[in-house]
Design a protein around this ligand. Structure first.
Ligand code: 8ID
Ligand code: ZN
Length: 361
């Protein structure tokens, strides 16, 4: 379809939150150019965003925490929901059309042809682009994305609820899917009160797992238990987390852990509290940390350590459809884009229960 046939007026400038260089404060500017429909390449689309979640990854990116550098200046954000308002000329076989509501996830683009893509591991594409990291993301009103990689958002879910599914929901859904656990098995969730964790509780319960939620403070305790966690452990007060998990699981330990803490401390006892053949699903991405696993017990207990990185298009569709069925309640607070700097401050201090979603309209 040609963007010329479409009546929507695309403004020349927009509001966006920009980080000039790693470690610099984020600045909201109102005169940022919008890519015009005529300038879209084949396969690209322009999405007018309604809202975007704020992931801890965006804070890592702004701080320059990770060994893989981001582009600068950077418009972060990778949990966006909005409408397709233009599609690049000469785009063929687009799975989305003008007016469709779509989501922008961390994997902005994957080639779908390389070895990893052919094996459906689009997250590890040789030619991949990352929203809000290697290409500008969703902390702006109009984002350029790729028709083959945006996620269709079904009716029956509000945009502000759908937003956080595109990274947080997708990531924990896939981690649980590959955790090789069965219904009734015990899953430990360090970081359970955060953006990823609070959705992990719900996807795990949806899959029939029993959940031990670990995080800190009264607000997160209440949230985790209200979302269905079977047991709560406060890491700020519990003296022996391993002993507590052993006690709750009848002395045997948990079948899996999905660690979504942004600090390495959430990983430290996992090898001890997992039972034989347990799986450590490594999700949280603390800066410059190593995983200190006791080799003897990793081998002796046949433990698997599995790095789990977002998910592919199919994982995204499954995760969104489960939520649209009513099974998942995203716990979020809406804020204006201008609050982003303050949101980062609260996030760095571990003060946010659930997610913050920025309103972009
Ligand atoms: O694909 C991936 N693997 C992926 C995708 C998306 C995000 C990885 N991440 C990474 C982020 O980059 C970040 O490092 O997952 C981590 C968590 O992201 P988030 O859920 O967006 O962060 P949050 O909302 O701040 O939640 C983190 C929670 O961990 C708790 C905090 O209190 C907070 O609620 N926490 C911490 I920090 N240390 C803890 C500990 N020792 C802990 N909870 C239990 N035990
Ligand atoms: Zn994210």
């Amino acid at each position: 379809m040609s963007s010329h046939s479409h009546p929507i007026q695309i403004p020349k400038t927009q509001k966006a939150a920009i980080v000039k260089c790693s470690g610099a404060a984020v600045q909201v500017q109102s005169n940022v150019p919008v890519t015009q429909p005529a300038d879209l390449k084949p396969g690209e689309c322009l999405v007018k965003l309604q809202c975007t979640g704020v992931c801890h990854t965006d804070l890592h990116a702004a701080m320059g925490d990770w060994p893989v550098p981001s582009k600068t200046p950077l418009i972060g954000g990778h949990e966006g929901v909005g409408d397709v308002v233009a599609i690049g000329h000469n785009t063929v076989n687009s799975p989305v059309k003008l007016g469709d509501r779509v989501g922008i996830k961390w994997i902005a683009y994957s080639c779908l042809q390389c070895e990893q893509c052919r094996n459906s591991r689009e997250q590890n594409c040789e030619h991949g682009q990352l929203s809000g990291y290697t290409v500008d993301g969703t902390f702006q009103q109009y984002v350029v994305s790729y028709v083959n990689c945006v996620t269709p958002i079904p009716d029956g879910i509000e945009s502000a609820s759908a937003a956080s599914l595109l990274c947080a929901g997708l990531t924990v859904y896939r981690a649980l899917k590959y955790s090789e656990t069965n219904p009734g098995d015990w899953v430990v969730l360090p970081g359970a009160g955060g953006g990823l964790g609070h959705l992990a509780i719900q996807y795990a319960k949806y899959m029939g797992r029993r959940v031990i939620a670990i995080d800190g403070g009264e607000e997160k305790r209440k949230l985790c238990l209200s979302l269905g966690a079977d047991h709560w452990i406060d890491f700020t007060t519990c003296k022996d987390i391993t002993a507590e998990i052993k006690r709750v699981t009848g002395g045997k330990g948990a079948h899996a852990a999905v660690v979504t803490t942004a600090s390495s401390s959430g990983y430290s006892q996992a090898i001890d509290y997992l039972r034989e053949n347990g799986r450590l699903m490594a999700v949280g991405l603390p800066s410059k940390a190593t995983l200190d696993a006791n080799i003897f017990f990793t081998v002796f207990k046949s433990i698997t350590i599995h790095g789990s990185y977002v998910g592919n298009r199919q994982d995204a569709i499954e995760c969104v459809n489960i939520a649209a069925s009513g099974a998942i309640k995203v716990h979020y607070q809406s804020r204006p884009m201008d609050d982003l700097e303050q949101v980062y401050d609260e996030m760095g201090k571990g003060k946010i229960a659930g997610r913050i979603v920025l309103t972009l309209e």
